[in-house]
Design a binder for this molecule. Structure first.
Ligand code: CMP
Length: 141
């Protein structure tokens, strides 16, 4: 269960050349990179991707940040992918994250928190389709 998940490496990380280091942490934790792309999110995609947060006090700041520079999106696979990736990225608020987690090492603020990872199997599927519309969940390998 939960074989695929989505990782976004956010604009703060791409601006500081942390892409390689973050992908290395993920690969060292036995994830396989199934798809990978670097691009700038447009407003339409950012609003669609984060629609569950619409109306929250941090929403405008989040959208502005996520469209401010290039991101790297990756479909990752391994057993219990959603759960295992959440473990190694740490908590949203980076300074409350455990040492050795990606957000603790690379996060700057609660918004500029280095990475995003899907938080449930259902959301992983929805988020992967938003970024990689042609991803085939049954016959990818
Ligand atoms: P992410 O995992 O991408 O999901 C929503 C994002 O909103 C979160 O990471 C942060 O970048 C940003 N954010 C800013 N403030 C908050 C907050 N108070 N609670 C949750 N997310 C926040």
């Amino acid at each position: 269960m939960g074989y695929y998940t989505l990782l976004l490496i956010k604009p703060d990380s791409t601006a500081k050349n942390h892409v390689g280091a973050i992908l290395q942490i993920v690969e060292d934790d036995d994830f396989i990179i199934e798809r990978l792309k670097m691009f700038k999110m447009d407003l339409e995609l950012a609003e669609r991707f984060y629609e569950i947060h619409k109306g929250k006090d941090f929403y405008d700041k989040l959208i502005k940040f996520m469209t401010s520079g290039k991101i790297v999106a990756a479909v990752l696979s391994r057993k219990n992918a959603v759960l295992e990736l959440r473990k190694i990225i740490g908590t949203t608020d980076y300074h409350k994250s455990k040492p050795e987690t990606i957000r603790r090492i690379y996060g700057e603020t609660i918004t500029r928190n280095a990475v995003h990872a899907s938080d449930s199997i259902e959301n992983a599927k929805e988020e992967i389709i938003k970024i990689f519309p042609d991803f085939d969940f049954n016959n990818n390998n």
